[in-house]
Design a protein around this ligand. Structure first.
Ligand SMILES: Nc1nc2c(ncn2[C@@H]2O[C@H](COP(=O)(O)OP(=O)(O)OP(=O)(O)O)[C@@H](O)[C@H]2O)c(=O)[nH]1
Ligand SMILES: [Mg+2]
Length: 469
């Protein structure tokens, strides 16, 4: 390692293998990382868990370091400042970002270091290599610099008041805006939203038409707030619920500052992709083509569908990502940030979604039903939360699962109640993770014939357009 630096504002530790010029790093890769600790608990290096997408020649600069080495058998890349074995290794929850130049050579690494690992004691062995950068903004052109307390939630306006300027010596130039994630069903929109936020706010399933109503996911970072809108996949609807889903998705387009048109790059474009691309083209926002599932092999070996997607419209930028494997997300975020308009944050900085705990809990039940049940049954499900009580030892939640037919009720309950139990216990685990306390989940099943085509049932189950204006 040539030198390192720490940016405490964003909690990032940079390790460099060469001198990096502004703009030299043009691409990134992301991999799991563990810290290497000595007997005193001080950091003296890290280990990256690579896969076979990295080739040896890309590591040329890294391996120039005297104590760095690659364990080819396991794909472990050790970056160290001394020839010693770790007494302990600690895996970080966030992946490390490898900065690459135009020739895909790894120049440096960025580690998101939690606060407890940024103390002088933990960093003492890296101190001799630490450099600082003079990043004073020049004539107000640089990024706005502020410390986290200057943007506490208390600084934000109440929703119906005039936006207040957060308390700081200099007025902050906030950027905020709406980013619509649109595309046909199953391309990975909800997976992307969760990956960008680092929290599960939208349910995901291998079945199309999982998302039924737009879900907002809010990412607040110093000086900016990005409000992502995960939308239902646009498709040809066969019932009133489907029609509403498509209408709600389409209605996000006119107001979006940035539109991410998401496609599955492992499959050729279909008529639906073409139709959605045309709708996107008519909207005013910045248009990005987001090619998801780059980790998946093309449907027919050797084929490349990029040119066909590119031709579907005029795109300001195309970005290849894997939402599932969290590849390319940093690049996507920086393209989005660069296109946000100026404006104050619209949500409290600690708020991550517009959904209530009850709504998300009901969605978790639907997600597990989508996972365990086949064919039409999971799509015929609508969930109501009937009771929610904080008791001494657990949160008691009673929900009704509505289905359309007696036969679906039988399948949902399963032999001896086995299927309902399976869905319930998987959903309970997700709800407990969200609430951080034990949950008692009581599920009941009711037949409500044809609810997906019944306007009054739809309204009463919460599927009405005016709820999402
Ligand atoms: N291989 C691969 N699979 C992915 C990726 N992103 C999402 N998936 C999978 O694709 C399936 C659909 O993902 P979702 O996020 O539910 O897709 P969606 O676009 O929100 O679908 P709808 O809500 O139905 O419109 C799930 O099985 C995901 O795990 C990816 O980058 N690579
Ligand atoms: Mg979805």
């Amino acid at each position: 390692m040539k030198y390192c630096s720490l940016d405490p504002d964003v909690g990032t530790l940079y390790l460099y293998f060469t001198d990096i010029e502004e703009g030299q790093a043009t691409a990134v890769m992301e991999y799991p990382v563990s810290l290497l600790l000595d007997a005193q608990g001080a950091i003296f290096g890290c280990r990256l868990d690579l896969d076979d997408e990295v080739i040896l020649s890309q590591l040329e600069l890294v391996l120039e370091g005297s104590y760095n080495w690659l364990d080819g058998e396991y794909g472990h890349l050790y970056i160290r400042i001394a020839d010693e074995d770790p007494v302990e290794t600690i895996t970080l929850s966030e992946t490390a970002i490898l900065d690459l130049d135009d020739d895909d050579l790894v120049l440096g690494i960025e580690l998101a270091l939690p606060e407890e690992w940024r103390t002088p004691e933990r960093l003492q062995r890296l101190t001799p290599l630490m450099v600082t950068f003079d990043d004073e903004p020049v004539d107000g052109e640089g990024p706005v610099v502020f410390t986290p307390p200057a943007i506490s939630a208390d600084d934000l306006p109440d929703s119906d008041e005039e936006p207040a300027t957060p308390v700081a010596e200099e007025p902050l130039q906030w950027r905020s805006g709406f980013v619509a994630l649109v595309g046909k069903p199953n391309v990975g929109k909800s997976t992307l939203l969760n990956a960008l936020l680092g929290e599960k706010v939208a349910i995901v399933s291998p079945r199309p038409q999982t998302t039924r109503v737009p879900v907002r996911g809010i990412l607040s970072r110093p000086g900016e707030q990005i409000i992502f809108i995960d939308t239902p996949g646009i498709h040809e609807p066969s019932h009133r619920l489907g029609k509403l889903m498509v209408e709600l998705a389409e209605r996000t387009l006119p107001n979006a500052d940035v539109i991410c048109f998401m496609v599955d790059i492992s499959q050729p474009p279909t008529r639906l992709d073409r139709m959605i691309a045309q709708q996107v083209q008519r909207a005013r926002g910045h248009k990005l083509l987001v090619l998801n599932k780059v980790d998946q092999k093309p449907k027919r070996p050797g084929e490349n569908y990029l040119p066909a997607y590119r031709e579907l419209g005029q795109w300001e930028m195309e970005i290849a990502i894997s939402a599932r494997r969290r590849l390319g997300l940093t690049a996507l975020l920086s393209e989005i940030s660069a296109r946000l308009p100026e404006g104050p944050p619209l949500y409290p900085l600690d708020q991550m979604t517009d959904q209530t705990e009850q709504q998300l809990a009901a969605e978790f039940v639907r997600e597990k039903a989508l996972f365990y049940l086949q064919q039409e049954v999971p799509h015929a499900i609508a969930i109501e939360v009937e009771e929610w009580q904080e008791k001494e030892t657990a949160t008691y939640i009673r929900m009704t699962i509505n289905v359309e037919k007696e036969s679906q009720k039988g399948i949902l309950i399963g032999a001896g109640g086995g299927m309902l139990k399976k869905i319930g216990s998987a959903a309970r685990a997700s709800i407990e993770r969200m609430l951080g306390r034990p949950v008692y989940l009581d599920l009941w099943v009711k037949v409500r014939p044809n609810w997906r085509d019944d306007p009054s049932a739809l309204g009463w189950l919460g599927y009405r357009a005016k709820n999402f204006l």
